[in-house]
Design a protein around this ligand. Structure first.
Ligand SMILES: [Zn+2]
Length: 322
């Protein structure tokens, strides 16, 4: 599951306590002047663009799971792009702010550090300048609970849809029982911010899933996501071509096997019999018509054997004798 939040990373002073926590993750012991520390709100209990929200309890479970996780840029898995590491998390409540459901606003705040090295200068400068960024947060939860009827999607899915109105209440799902948290990343903010739903898609599969599920009028994807999607489509196309080739071969084999067993059948008839069959059915037919399977099929239903005349079949074909 991938969630995207707009954040304002803030630089924080490096206290001795922080430095101690940082050095638990650092190979070499770092001094306060060697690190840059910033904080970011990773997720909260506000209903998001997918009509989902974390429960305060889920945030508390999730928080320690982010500790030690790296911050990557644009979901790249290259170590070069790992710019920061989360060394401490906490869950805070802002009683002055309430969520759409009337709960006190509760959020997961992560503290991260970056070594002050040339590679990190740009990001440090952007954070210092207060440039707002989007973060894409990946985590896994065991339960999605419907706000209308309380059904847990993973246990007993209900018919209520996210974002739809039921008796004056808009349905949303609460994210409960987090099981894992992954690296999180800063992502490029798409230009058409207001064009529709914007989401950080972990991969093209997640994007496809969203196409099917979204209730939004429009959906905005980044250039990178679009490229990933195009790549997926192209690989599916070649897989489909191979599949078609394989099915054609199977069909040819089935037609030959059918004609071998039933020589009286016209080849066009055998072809039209096999034409509507799916690959799995063609495979089963080929297996049934091949030597061994045919020998064993003496228990074929009466209707099949009754229709075949003894003169039609080879002398050794007991399956068709009665
Ligand atoms: Zn429901």
């Amino acid at each position: 599951m991938q969630k995207q939040f707009s954040i304002q990373p803030q630089d924080a002073d490096v206290s001795p306590e922080m430095l101690e926590k940082i050095n638990r993750y650092s190979r070499k012991t770092l001094t306060a002047s060697e690190v840059f520390v910033f904080s970011a709100v990773l997720c909260d209990n506000e209903i998001d663009r997918d009509f989902e929200c974390f429960t305060p309890d889920a945030l508390k479970t999730l928080a320690p799971l982010f500790e030690g996780k790296t911050v990557i840029q644009n979901h790249s898995m290259q170590t070069d792009d790992q710019s920061a590491r989360t060394f401490y998390t906490e869950v805070l409540t802002d009683p002055s702010r309430t969520t759409a459901t009337g709960e006190a606003y509760t959020y997961l705040k992560a503290y991260c550090y970056m070594p002050r090295i040339p590679k990190n200068e740009t990001l440090i400068a952007e954070i210092n300048a207060g440039i707002k960024k989007e973060v894409s947060v990946g985590c896994a939860v065991a339960e999605h609970k419907c706000s209308i009827c309380g059904s847990v999607e993973e246990v007993s899915p209900c018919k209520h849809q996210r974002g739809k109105r039921y008796g004056g209440t808009v349905c949303h799902y609460t994210l409960e029982k987090p099981t894992d948290a992954y690296e999180w990343s800063f992502v490029a903010v798409p230009a058409q911010r207001n064009a529709g739903v914007t989401k950080g898609f972990a991969d093209a599969d997640a994007l496809c899933k969203q196409f099917g599920e979204t209730n939004a009028e429009q959906i905005t994807v980044s250039r990178e996501e679009a490229a990933g999607f195009a790549e997926l489509v192209s690989s599916l196309k070649s897989a489909a071509a191979l599949g078609e080739e394989y099915t054609a071969l199977l069909r040819e084999k089935a037609v030959c096997a059918l004609l071998g067993r039933l020589p009286e059948l016209q080849s066009e008839q055998a072809e039209s019999l096999c034409a509507p069959l799916k690959p799995a059915e063609l495979k089963a037919l080929c297996a049934a018509l091949s030597g061994d399977a045919a020998q064993k099929s003496a228990h074929l239903p009466q209707l099949y054997t009754a229709k075949a005349r003894e003169t039609d079949v080879p002398a050794d074909n007991n399956a068709f004798k009665f």
